[in-house]
Design a protein around this ligand. Structure first.
Ligand code: PGA
Length: 257
């Protein structure tokens, strides 16, 4: 049984002072052994969040990582720096980075390499745009993105790798994928991983759904057999909504064992 992961992507929200308070509320409400809970603040709030999380089971993640450990890369942040800041996870290839900051399949793979080298658990985002879905290209897009992610993957421990299926049309729009659409995509991804890396790898890899996950729709999505958790944007900024999603994930562990 795969342990569910609920990761909050705070994006460019939550300044340091607010991070202390949000973490305090989350610690009071959603520490649980049943779910791997992660928060991913913006870089300037990482240190404060790390301090506020001291002794907590809630993990800390960053929203991006550069592939070089150091160098002349203005505006970037490296894996050793994230480790030093207390991060254990990092989001890679989010569609907002692909759309607005020139992220490509190739740079996603390079960032992933750095995360793995420095023992950060990567949360790699993939997913199709609305135009691609409407043109029946969803599977082709996922295949292309997965092919890039799994380049030179010999020897990988897929148990330490998290993929987030985030259909771009569902992110921040309030229009989530239906549980059936999410399950279809996740099943496709798991079968692809099985073909590429073997059944054991496909069995342990965790596949999160992301895109307008809310307290109201989380249970239906998380109950799907191949949905192992959620990457949550907007709803991760409110402790009560995020806590409800964590509880929904904890409840599914009983159903899925
Ligand atoms: P959303 O964002 O939950 O606000 O749609 C999800 C994400 O971008 O990871």
């Amino acid at each position: 049984m795969r342990k569910p992961v609920i990761a909050g992507n705070w994006k460019m929200h939550v300044r340091a002072q607010e991070a202390t308070e949000l973490v305090r509320q989350l610690r009071a409400a959603c520490e649980t052994d049943a779910v791997e809970v992660v928060v991913c603040p913006p870089s300037t709030s990482l240190a404060t969040a790390h301090e506020a999380l001291r002794g907590s089971s809630i993990g800390l993640g960053a929203q991006n990582v550069h592939w070089e450990p150091q160098g002349a890369f203005t505006g970037e942040i490296s894996a050793p720096m994230l480790v030093e800041a207390g991060c254990r996870y990092v989001i890679i290839g989010h569609s907002e980075r692909r759309q607005h900051f020139g992220e490509t399949d190739a740079t996603v793979r390079k960032r992933l390499g750095a995360a793995l080298t420095h023992h950060l658990t990567p949360i790699v985002c993939i997913g199709e745009t609305l135009a691609e879905r409407e043109a029946n290209q969803t599977w082709a897009v996922l295949e292309r993105q997965l092919g890039a992610v799994f380049t030179d993957c010999a020897g990988w421990d897929c148990g330490g790798l998290i993929l987030a299926y985030e259909p771009v049309w569902a992110i921040g729009t309030g229009r989530n994928a239906t549980p059936e659409q999410a399950q279809d995509a996740h099943q496709f991804i798991r079968q692809w991983v099985a073909k590429r890396c073997g059944a054991a790898a496909a069995h342990v890899i965790r596949l999160l759904y992301g895109g307008s996950v809310s307290a109201g729709n989380a249970a239906g999505l998380l109950q799907q057999p191949d949905v192992d958790g959620a990457l949550v944007g907007g709803a991760s900024l409110k402790a009560d909504a995020f806590t409800a999603i964590v509880r929904a994930a904890a409840d599914t562990t009983a159903v899925k064992t």
